[in-house]
Structure formats: C-alpha cells, structure tokens
Design a protein around this ligand. Structure first.
Ligand code: HEM
Length: 459
C-alpha cells in the first residue's frame, strides 16, 4: 500500500510524561492490550517513551496484512543471540528461506510414525515419576513435570536420545538456560545493565552447545542410522546441492530443542487446568481414549482418530495461547485501516486478545471444545485464531506440537486423574510464553476405570 502523508496515526492512550505507556506495559502486559482493544478498537497506538512506538492490531484482516499480504515490509524485531544463533526462528531474508526449505523434510508427514514412537518413548520416565506421585498422593507441580517430559520427547525427536540424560552437567546447563530465558520481563531486560546470572548463562550455553556439537558430528559420521530430525537435517541439501555446516546444524538443533518444548509445556499445563475445571470434557476425552486406544499406547494409526482430544487441545490454545503476542518491525512506512504505520515502529498483535475477541467468538470466556468440531471449521476469519502464527513464518512444528500434546494427554489420562490442589490460585502470567504465575499444583489419582481395565486385560 503506498504511504499517504494525510493518514493519521491510530488512536491510543497517551500514557505518562517521557515514559508514555512503557511502565504500564511492564506492569500488566496482558491487560494493556486487552484494554486498548476494548477502548480504541481495531488499531491502537502506544507511545513507549524512549522505547519508541508500538501499534497494536486487533482485526483479523490487519494481522493478515502483516503476515501474509505484505510480509516483506515486516521483519522479526529480534535476533537469536548466543543460544539460538542463526536458526530458523531468528534468521531472516534469503538465508531464512533457504533454511526453511532445508528444514521442511524434518517435519514431513512421512516421519509421523517414527515421531509418535519417539514421543511415546519420551513419556517413559514421566510414568515412573507419576506412579510415585500417585502413591504419595501429595501435590506436585505439573508444569515442572510437563517441562521434563516434553524436553525428553523433543530431544528424542531430534536426536533419538534424551540429551538431559547424557550427564548431570548437561541437564543442569539446559535447566539454567531455559530458566534464565524465561525470567519475567523486568528492569534488567529494559535497562542496558548486565543481568545477574549472565556469566553462568553463557557458560551453560557452552556446555549445552558442546553436547549438541558432539551429537551433530557423530551423526555426520554415521548418517542414516536413525530416523530422527537430525538425520533429516544432515541429509538436506540446498538448491546448489550444499549441505548445512556443522554450525548451522548446531543452530537448528538448538532452535528445535528450545522452541520445540517451551510453548508445548505452557499449552499442556493449561490443558490440565482446564480439564480439572471441566469434568464433563474430561469424561468425554477419557471415553474417546478408551474407545480408540484402550490400554495401548498411541500409534501413527490411532493418534489421528483422537478427534475430540485434539479439539480440547485447540480450545486450550485459544483461551491460553502460549505465544500470546507476536511482533514485527515495519521497515518502511505503510498504511493499515486508513492509519499510518510509521517506518521503524513495532507492530504487534496478540493471540490472547484476538482469541477472546467478542466480535469473532461467541461467549469467548467459555471453554468449549465443540468450537473446533469439524462441521464448524471456518466459522471464524482465519486470523481470529492463530496460536501458531501464520503466513510464510507459520510455526514449522504445529503438527508435531499437537502430536506431542496428544501423546502426553493420552499417556497420563489412560492411568491417572490430575486434580488441582484445593485452594490453589491460578493466575496467567505473560512472560516469554503464557504460564500460570506460580506453576500448577495437582494431585495424581490412579484412574479407577483404567486400573480395572488393565487388571481385566492382565497388563
Ligand atoms: C503449542 C506449541 C507451539 C506453539 C504455540 C508455537 C507457536 C509458534 C509461533 C506463534 C511461531 C511464529 C512466531 C513468529 O512468526 O513470530 C512459531 C514459530 C516457530 N516454531 Fe513453534 N510453536 C509450538 C511448537 C513448536 C514445536 C514443537 C517446534 C519444533 C519442534 C516449533 C518450532 C518453531 C520454529 C522453528 C519456528 C520458526 C519458524 C520460521 O520462522 O520459519 N514450535 N511457533
């Protein structure tokens, strides 16, 4: 769209002298956007003082404009840093395009069967831990449990082993790197001061990186030994017939390890919360699992039959989207909805706001997996629901995330019922992903029905 001199800036709150709305954004990142949408409508302008300008888009067509119609003008506003390097999540331009093409085979549908097997393999240590939890009947943090199990599953998918089991040093390094990256947005992220723990963070990345390099080099020596994502990446060639360098393989493997579990942990934590609050939904999921799987672990044939369970996952992603906001930097001035988008300003759109927008969702606060029943497909505009982003940079792991979530849900619910600790308060907190502020404390009860079925089946 050609820029027009006469188009005004979108409306928005003034904020306070010098800092604009920056403090409010730090204090209440979810609330500031929800209120902006309510008060100002489809497009909102926020001055952020020295932090520049943010423009929030609350209309599906505007989101589509940035992600699909004019993506060449809107680039990712950050770099991958020491951890992710130049991997798929952070790279840009032609290099990103080359990498996206080369990474696609690692996510190909043909790999579905081995991916389900690897996910089931990754749940084994969780079952041992849950058994102990159920025996003790004491509350535990299921967010922590989801972190362990999904880290193991993703690591199995990429390397055919659990990287955290290589050594306690690697496990602790991975733990620290993730915890450091997930720290709440605070004064340390805003001011150009060295953050406490920075040195340990760098050291931990080095430890993790050495382990990844070792696995990459082993695989380059013996390609084709495993049916995992690293093998697909080692075998990939660009249009000139060139493979990825070991540095690029390191960056991509690290990206999959990090991006591949962080958001799914958030989604699964909310799934357990919602299932506890909605026993009738939980009952339907159990019925489906009993009919389709019985006692058996999911397979590539049975997993796609878990229709209702996948609707529950989709609806959890609607109400509690792990990626609750996305941003792009406008390279050139543009126009959206009759307003000017100045060059160099940050354009954001929030899944948390759009997924609860009353114009597009009936009774938006209600948890209702029937919204995603096949016969209701297409009831909303495409960009009223975008938990995995969209356009050319749509999450490459969207199907794999669902596969992992369904395997974890099935494995737990075939044996246990997770009950929220009585009196435990759940409050969403918007950090890197949307998480409950204090984790999610639950008690595991053996599911009496599942126990009986196993006894009858002699398992
Ligand atoms: C529920 C789970 C997940 C959610 C909600 C999620 C969400 C997202 C979103 C919103 C984006 C787009 C970011 C942007 O354009 O600014 C994205 C990109 C990406 N995701 Fe996911 N993701 C999930 C799981 C996964 C998994 C399992 C993997 C890999 C194993 C993965 C790997 C990636 C990568 C590599 C990108 C960058 C793609 C590109 O730019 O070409 N994600 N994800």
């Amino acid at each position: 769209m050609p820029p027009s001199i006469s188009a005004p800036l979108p409306p928005g709150p003034k904020g306070i002298w010098f800092l604009g709305n920056a403090l409010e954004q730090l204090r209440d990142p979810l609330g500031i956007f929800a209120r902006g949408c309510e008060r100002y409508g489809d497009i909102v302008h926020y001055g952020m003082g020295p932090g520049g300008t943010i423009i929030l888009l609350n209309h599906p067509d505007y989101v589509k404009h940035v992600l699909v119609n004019n993506p060449q003008n809107y680039v990712k506003p950050f770099q991958g840093g020491k951890l992710l390097g130049n991997g798929l999540f952070s790279s840009q331009g032609d290099f990103w395009k080359r990498q996206r093409r080369m990474m696609q085979p690692a996510f190909h549908r043909a790999r579905l069967a081995p991916m389900v097997e690897k996910a089931v393999e990754g749940t084994r240590s969780m079952l041992t831990r849950l058994e102990a939890q159920a025996r003790s009947a004491k509350p535990f943090d299921v967010e922590q449990e989801m972190t362990w199990v999904l880290r193991s599953i993703v690591s199995q998918s990429v390397f055919s082993l659990d990287i955290t089991e290589l050594s306690p040093t690697v496990r602790d390094a991975f733990e620290f790197v993730m915890a450091f990256g997930r720290r709440k947005i605070s004064i340390w992220t805003v001011l150009p001061l060295p953050r406490p723990g920075r040195r340990r963070y760098k050291k931990s990345i080095e430890i993790l990186e050495n382990a990844v390099y070792e696995l990459v080099r082993q695989r380059m020596r013996t390609p084709g030994e495993h049916q995992d994502q690293l093998s697909a990446m080692v075998a990939a060639r660009d249009t000139q017939g060139e493979p990825m360098t070991d540095k690029q393989l390191r960056d991509e493997a690290m990206t999959l390890l990090v991006a591949g579990h962080e958001a799914t942990v958030s989604a699964m934590t909310w799934v357990w919360y919602l299932l506890d609050r909605h026993p009738e939904v939980q009952r339907k999921v159990r019925e489906e699992l009993a009919t389709v799987l019985g006692d058996a672990p999911p397979t590539a044939q049975t997993l796609p039959q878990l229709q209702y369970t996948s609707q529950v996952f989709a609806e959890a992603l609607r109400l509690y989207p792990p990626a609750w906001v996305m941003g792009r930097l406008a390279k050139e001035e543009d126009q959206i909805g009759g307003y000017t988008i100045p060059a160099k300003c940050t354009v954001v759109f929030s899944q948390y706001v759009m997924h609860r927008h009353p114009t597009y969702w009936e009774d938006p606060e209600r948890f209702d997996p029937e919204r995603f029943a096949p016969e209701r497909k297409g009831s909303q505009p495409r960009y009223a629901y975008f938990p995995f982003g969209g356009g050319q940079r749509l999450c490459i792991g969207d199907s794999l995330a669902e596969l992992h979530a369904l395997v974890v849900m099935a494995t737990v619910l075939q044996r246990y019922r997770l009950e929220l600790e009585p009196g435990f308060r759940v409050e969403p907190e918007a950090g890197v992903t949307l998480r409950p502020a204090n984790g999610l404390r639950v008690i595991a009860h053996p599911d009496p029905l599942a126990v009986t079925t196993r006894r009858v089946a002699g398992v």
